[in-house]
Design a binder for this molecule. Structure first.
Ligand code: FAQ
Length: 330
């Protein structure tokens, strides 16, 4: 039995001798890089950790449509509008794959949505910030999708099969999103002084929240040790954040924009950029629901869900009629 497997949320991991035979056998499969599939036997804590993370990820994709959707009617050209619409639709698709992946673990879409609306589960902190100008749309593509790709590429190799497979397609699409964002910023940075200032202002507001996307520092990350052992997390929050800074700084230089961090400096000894202290109080406030847009985001999602009830009811009624017709024909 797996009953003794420790839950996540504790820093000390059990020694191999403390694990039951089933737990040791499960860990051996993980260590041998065998993918875990939905019908496989698995510890309850592994299942719960994945449901938590995958549904948080799914909710992030769907709530993440809101700040960008806000600009579809105001995109500066037909081409930009078409591209942004395609991107926002892609995010809905990512939510769909992820909800499906979570459902294979025994939860339901209705339950996950209910938990989101009741504030019982999280979505990424980044989507609680407002999109004030068109440059914010470029910056979300460049920085937010850039951070999402950095985090998700390792997830393509994570131990749970449906999550790993979903991530392959998601990462391909995120890569296109990142390029469309960078392209918007290139246009603005090569434009008038006012356009360049708009791009700099957007970078100033989104830089620090994008670093927070990777989660708390490793020393304070409650789930990391166990998730790493189970190969749900292949790189730590801090490792991914460092890689992201190293990758993004030259891109900002190419755009001619300044990263808003006076402590940012190349450290030749480490072979990485040093960067300033993140304001973790702000992160925790956003997680507590006190970010600039938390209330608005959830209220908008609830309204969309309620307004769409008739579509779901019609689909169910249609499926029932079709099933009845097929039964009659049989
Ligand atoms: N926001 O112990 P850890 C995207 C919570 S997709 C909110 O380190 P873990 C696409 C964490 O849940 C972006 N909460 O946790 C797009 C936990 O609380 P809990 C989403 C956060 O799970 C682009 C607590 O803090 N990506 O952007 C955040 O091991 C553009 C302790 O943290 C994913 O979800 C945060 N930033 O590591 C869409 C990727 N960070 O649950 C539209 C998959 C931490 O105990 C437009 N997820 N927390 O109540 C992951 O890789 C992990 O879950 C982490 C957190 C790395 C996010």
């Amino acid at each position: 039995m797996y009953a003794q497997m420790v839950d996540t949320g504790q820093s000390r991991l059990p020694e191999p001798a403390e694990l039951s035979a089933d737990e040791r056998a499960f860990q051996a499969r993980i260590d041998a890089d065998v993918k875990i599939e939905p019908r496989d036997d698995m510890p309850e804590a592994y299942r719960r950790t994945l449901i938590r993370q995958i549904q948080q990820h799914a909710h992030s994709e769907v709530v993440g449509m809101l700040p960008e959707g806000n600009w579809i009617t105001r995109a500066p050209s037909l081409q930009r509008k078409a591209t942004l619409m395609a991107k926002v639709q892609d995010e809905a698709g990512h939510g769909l794959y992820l909800y499906c992946a979570a459902e294979t673990l025994g939860t339901s879409r209705d339950r996950m949505i209910d938990d989101l609306h009741a504030g019982r589960v999280r979505y990424s902190s980044i989507f609680n910030y407002p999109t004030l100008t068109w440059a914010d749309i470029g910056t979300i593509g460049w920085l937010v999708d850039g951070a999402a790709i950095m985090n998700q590429i390792p997830l393509c190799r994570c131990s749970f099969g449906p999550y790993a497979r979903a991530m392959i397609r998601v990462c391909k699409e995120e890569s296109f999103h990142q390029r469309q964002g960078f392209d918007i910023l290139m246009t603005l940075c090569r434009g008038t002084a006012e356009q360049k200032a708009m791009a700099q202002d957007a970078l100033d507001r989104w830089w620090w929240p994008s670093l927070m996307m990777f989660g708390p520092p490793d020393a304070e990350s409650v789930h990391s040790a166990q998730s790493a052992r189970w190969k749900i997390k292949l790189l730590s929050n801090d490792e991914l954040r460092q890689r992201y800074v190293d990758q993004t700084v030259p891109q900002a230089e190419y755009l001619g924009l300044a990263i808003p961090d006076p402590k940012l400096a190349w450290n030749g000894e480490r072979g990485h950029y040093d960067f300033g202290e993140i304001d973790w109080r702000e992160f925790h406030e956003v997680l507590k629901g006190n970010g600039p847009c938390n209330h608005d985001r959830i209220a908008t999602r609830i309204k969309a869900w309620e307004d769409g009830a008739w579509v779901r009811e019609a689909a169910v009624a249609h499926a029932a009629k079709r099933a009845a017709r097929e039964l009659e024909a049989a």
